[in-house]
Design a protein around this ligand. Structure first.
Ligand code: PLP
Length: 372
């Protein structure tokens, strides 16, 4: 029995997650560094990391320092790359985790500050360099590289790896190839400067699947590991959605022709209809701009969301469907997919799952059993 107080939860299928990892692993023929930032895009990083670890995945990546610390505190005692900026003063407090936390060096100022705050302890840490090959975000630019390399040599800082990030892996092949070449040049440059490192990585999900030849020593897939398509260019049928967002019919209404539904009266019935009230709303992370735009799945049938989505509830048209209070419904999962909601909400599937709020309980399933 699962403790499900409101009949609404995100069911997380661990088997699908592991199968997606395995699929990417086979396709790229290299090692995988599963990306678990943003609580694994809303899926729950601690549990997924634990199961990936059991399957032999031994290195992970997150965006922020506290995301890494949380994993380590929960038993993920493996290298965890931190992609993004963090307050350099934090170096004073993370000594104990120096074996696992791998900060990214992203600027000279950042490097100088972490040196200042960690003092001698800097020797305990390993770092990765993120090199800008064209996305122009946090990666290092050519004009700052030499200063940074000088500092690295002077302070004998350990560079374990180098990486870069693609801007258009999901769409434009030419720019990827250009970025890949830039990265190779950077690698050669570091070699010529006698900077030692052992790990190179550049591919996100889309690059892993569309350009397995660029996989290098590791790939860093996120979205595809969650069974969501990384691109509209092509569907990879092997990817199985990990999250199914489930709710329950809280009430059925018979609504008369000409009546309106919800706040603002944005939907008016043109005949007598039956509606189902679903106890989930925008405070759970359902995009309010999906009001009157998309559908959910009840007993395999499409039921349109009608009227404005409210904070805790929404209304769907049952058409001729025979349903009753207490019946389970699927907001998204295999059908409709998070992608379908994303398109209607004018966004990408990443935003659909990662914005499901803490109010939604994550329930994990593996081998047909509910766990945790
Ligand atoms: C988020 C992120 C990834 C994963 O991207 P997906 O498109 O989800 O596969 C990889 N690398 C970096 C640097 C990222 O920020």
């Amino acid at each position: 029995m699962i403790f499900d107080n409101r009949g609404t939860f995100a069911l997380i299928d661990i088997d699908n997650y592991l199968q997606n990892l395995e699929y990417i692993n086979k396709k790229t023929n290299t090692k995988i560094m599963p990306v678990l930032k943003a609580d694994a895009y809303g899926h729950g990083s601690k549990v997924l990391a634990k199961h990936a670890l059991k399957e032999g995945y031994e290195r992970f990546a997150v965006a922020f320092l506290d995301e890494a610390v949380e994993l380590i505190k929960n038993g993920i005692k493996k290298p965890i790359l931190v992609f993004n900026y963090f307050n350099p003063e934090m170096m004073k407090y993370i000594d104990d985790y120096s074996e696992y936390i791998i900060p990214t060096i992203s600027s000279l100022e950042f490097l100088e500050k972490i040196l200042y705050y960690s003092g001698k302890n800097i020797q305990k840490f390993k770092f990765h360099l993120n090199y800008n090959t064209g996305i122009n975000r946090i990666g290092l630019n050519d004009y700052e590289i030499d200063e940074i390399l000088r500092k690295i040599k002077e302070k004998n800082i350990k560079i374990e790896g180098i990486y870069s990030h693609f801007a258009t892996a999901d769409e434009d092949d030419e720019f990827i190839i250009e970025q890949f070449k830039e990265f190779k040049n950077f690698e050669n440059y570091l070699n010529s400067k006698h900077i030692n490192f052992s790990i190179r990585h550049i591919s996100n999900s889309a690059a892993s699947l569309f350009h397995p030849e660029m996989s290098l020593d590791f790939v860093r897939p996120g979205i595809a590991t969650y069974g969501l398509q990384p691109s509209s260019k092509k569907q990879f049928k092997e990817l199985k959605p990990v999250m199914t967002l489930i709710s329950t019919i809280s009430k059925i209404n018979n609504v008369k022709k000409g009546d309106t539904i919800g706040y603002g009266r944005t939907y008016k019935t043109n005949k007598d209809i039956n509606t189902a009230i679903i106890p989930i709303g925008y405070a759970d992370g359902i995009f309010r701009n999906l009001s009157n735009k998309t559908f959910i799945n009840i007993k395999g049938k499409k039921c349109e969301i009608i009227g404005n989505i409210s904070m805790d509830q929404m209304v769907v048209n049952l058409n001729d469907l025979n349903a009753k209070t207490g019946d389970k419904v699927i907001i998204f999962g295999e059908y409709p997919t998070a992608n379908e909601h994303a398109e209607k909400a004018n966004t990408i599937n990443y935003e659909i799952t990662s914005k499901i709020t803490k109010r939604i309980k994550r329930i994990y399933k593996k081998g047909g059993k509910y766990i945790e």
